[in-house]
Design a protein around this ligand. Sequence first.
Ligand code: GLU
Length: 441
Amino acid sequence: MITTRFAPSPTGYIHVGNLRTALMNYLIARKAGGTFILRIDDTDPDRSKQEYVDAIQQDLEWLGLTWDRIEKQSDRLARYEEAAQNLRDMGRFYECFETPTELDLKRKKQLNMGKPPVYDRSALALSDADKDRLRAERGNGHWRFRLDHERIEWEDGILGHRSIDAASVSDPVLIRGDGQFLYTLASVCDDIDYGITDVVRGADHVTNTATQIQIIAALGGAVPRFAHHSLLTGPQGEALSKRLGTLALRDLREAGVEPMALLSLMARLGSSDPVELCTSLDEIADGFEIGHFGAAPTKFDVDDLYPLTARLLHDLPLAAVAEDVRAAGVPDALAQRFWDVTRENITTRRDLAAWWTLFAQGAEPEIAEEDRAFVAEAMRLLPEGPFDDETWGTWTAEVKAATGRKGRGLFMPLRKALTGQSHGPDMSALMPLLQVIRARG
Ligand code: GLU
């Protein structure tokens, strides 16, 4: 039974980078008929906010990424304490009292000497009396897991064989001086207890994975399969970390990006599979292979979402957009015609309102100087509304006969006079939607 999880910290809105992680874990579970867990990593009470827990759920729901279970780390502190005690009992956990400044100084000294900045384990030499004294002076210490200094190896689903020398990594801090359990301990306990079989997360977690493999083994758990996806960069390969704040899922939703456009892109970006516009998550899951993803940083261009969104909208029936059409102000009687006319001329649903405004209030006419007399003549020949499917054909034939103009020279000035634009929907189909013609003067 495959079980995966998406484990965001509720300290902000989730963005496209988080979505990649969520989606990969979701697809692995769904493809295998397994379980997908939403785990809220809220062990940090100062930074975690309910508002973000709600927002994360809304954003995932918007995309249809449904979870089978939701768990919160803040509900499980007793379990983490039990695991910590377990590690103490087996001699794998030790209390340290260095201040951040002292640790920083140690690191700088090591770097100056050309050594890797790995914690020197000096706390292991403290006697009970030393610890009592330090505790009295500085308060409770923080707790580190004592790594076994051997090579930690795993077959990464994306990076291939990985081997990390545990001696090159600092013993991880699992509990802070103020008693707060840190993510690593909580995550390991959860992954064991929930039977997580596959963990996909960003490449920034590779070192965590090495230490977590040892902690899981120490606690007697089964080590999951790990895969680390590359991090996203901007279109030019520039770091995206600073811009991720503007690539929040809710901002994309607000901008009119369609869920399936976003999902179709993110499920393939950085893999050897081409991006295909899919119509359902099942379809995306069918073609999904984690092993097809590459280790190189993945370029992401937010602008790529819009042509996909537009293509997706073109194929939708009225029923799928009826609410938006109504919200744009279109009377029900005109809804089908309005949709048929505009569907190929919008990038997002948000463009619908502008089209309706144009039809209902009339477009600001665009008339070139040399076309003024021609347009004025044409407007005299334009019948009173309401127009029908024949209006454009009969009207332009009359205008042609009266002015001698034909082809582009005939049609383009009329289109621009009626719609204010040089391109757009088929004019015969559009005419019956026009309620007001400002070019009549
Ligand atoms: N809360 C962690 C993060 O967002 C989870 C990492 C993991 O998947 O283990 O980075």
